[in-house]
Design a protein around this ligand. Structure first.
Ligand SMILES: Nc1ncnc2c1ncn2[C@@H]1O[C@H](COP(=O)(O)OP(=O)(O)O)[C@@H](O)[C@H]1O
Ligand SMILES: Cc1ncsc1CCOP(=O)(O)O
Ligand SMILES: [Mg+2]
Length: 260
């Protein structure tokens, strides 16, 4: 795993344009900023091309997608192709409604999405694997998450980061797992959104999107473990603040010391 990407990120301060949902943008922006990237959220189609021209990456989060903003999303992705900028997709709750699934599938059909980051319910929906999805959460099913992730990456010819108690990162062939975890991460609404944008920041500084996704998952999972260490299982609010504190100072050595 190329953990040197963390030092590279802090040296390069990649700009990450986020089409964010309206629930967690502040947490995502603060998390990116704490890690050393430079976030910008936008909701204006008339500035999309100018923003993408100067960005490292475009992150599309479908958490609160709506028919007023589909033109903005398509413009951000069209400009990303024009300026050869990678796109990361977070298909929030894509299995919950036909509307969300349709939008996600059209995006994947129309644009070369570099990385899809989602929980198992979301990735299963895109891979068309049976799974009982539950809104924004992972839901339940029998299929093997690693196989679901591989099926999704193979279908869309990209990298998939399937997050969960273990994170599975795959390009359809290779598979990498991150075993570090704390229950306080899934307890924090927005931790998945932040993970997608952190992966976006790493994708913005290397052409090896498979490596970038591995490092993004390892950084959040390990920093989460470090932040959670002194806390009780109900202290999600304190955890979110401590996570931002630790993202500011976590380094390659901290991660290598505990990486599982
Ligand atoms: N059951 C779990 N136990 C511990 N960590 C988890 C669990 N599920 C997800 N995570 C971690 O929480 C973070 C957010 O992932 P996840 O909750 O899967 O995304 P989302 O919020 O989009 O559903 C990731 O770092 C992931 O590794
Ligand atoms: C609750 C909610 N509703 C639409 S987006 C969103 C936040 C999802 O955040 P995450 O996927 O990181 O838990
Ligand atoms: Mg999510």
């Amino acid at each position: 795993m190329q953990l040197d990407l963390l030092n590279q990120l802090r040296a390069q301060v990649p700009l990450v344009v986020n089409y964010a949902n309206y629930v967690t943008p502040n947490f995502v922006a603060n998390g990116l900023n704490a890690l050393g990237a430079s976030p910008i959220m936008t909701s204006e189609v008339d500035e999309a091309d100018d923003l993408v021209k100067i960005t490292n990456t475009v992150v599309i989060n479908l958490g609160t997608i709506n028919h007023y903003e589909t033109d903005l999303v398509w413009q951000l992705c069209t400009s990303a192709v024009k300026y050869h900028k990678p796109i990361v997709l977070d298909p929030v709750a894509v299995g919950a409604t036909a509307y969300r699934l349709d939008i996600a599938q059209k995006l994947l059909q129309d644009f070369p999405i570099a990385v899809i980051r989602g929980n198992v319910g979301e990735i299963a929906a895109l891979a068309q694997v049976d799974w009982a999805t539950k809104g924004i959460d992972a839901g339940t099913g029998d299929a093997d998450p690693a196989a679901i992730a591989k099926a999704c990456a193979t279908r869309y010819h990209n990298v998939v980061a399937l997050s969960g108690i273990t994170d599975y990162i795959t390009d359809g062939q290779q598979l990498f797992k991150v075993g570090n975890q704390t229950p306080l991460l899934p307890l924090t609404v927005g931790s998945g959104d932040l993970l997608s944008s952190i992966i976006g920041a790493f994708v913005g500084i290397t052409d090896n999107y498979y490596e970038a996704a591995q490092v993004g998952c390892a950084v959040l999972a390990c920093t989460g473990e470090i932040a959670a260490q002194p806390l009780h299982s109900h202290e999600g609010g304190t955890f979110a603040a401590r996570l931002l504190d630790k993202l500011t100072i976590v380094d390659k050595e901290d991660i290598l010391e505990i990486l599982k």
